[in-house]
Write a protein that binds this ligand. Structure first.
Ligand SMILES: [Zn+2]
Length: 77
């Protein structure tokens, strides 16, 4: 367990190692649920590891079709 103190606006930073492990990037959509007296944060559906868009993932990869196309273009394929 890691403790983080909220800032004046009620924000916290999700620890980098947790974001990395779950492929959470700056654009990833996060669900925030209140369950009893707990606040649960989770990735909203399957989001692209690069741009964070939900859905439209290329099967067997963590990226969306748009990012997959951009990668393929950069690799010249
Ligand atoms: Zn993407």
């Amino acid at each position: 367990m890691i403790n983080r103190r909220l800032d004046k606006l009620g924000r916290i930073v999700i620890p980098q190692e947790m974001r990395t492990k779950l492929h959470i990037t700056h654009n990833t959509l996060i669900d925030i649920e209140l369950k009893g007296d707990k606040i649960i944060l989770s990735k909203s559906g399957e989001s692209c590891a690069l741009c964070g868009i939900v859905g439209d993932l290329v099967e067997g990869t963590p990226v969306c079709s748009k990012c997959a196309r951009e990668i393929a273009d950069k690799l010249g394929k």
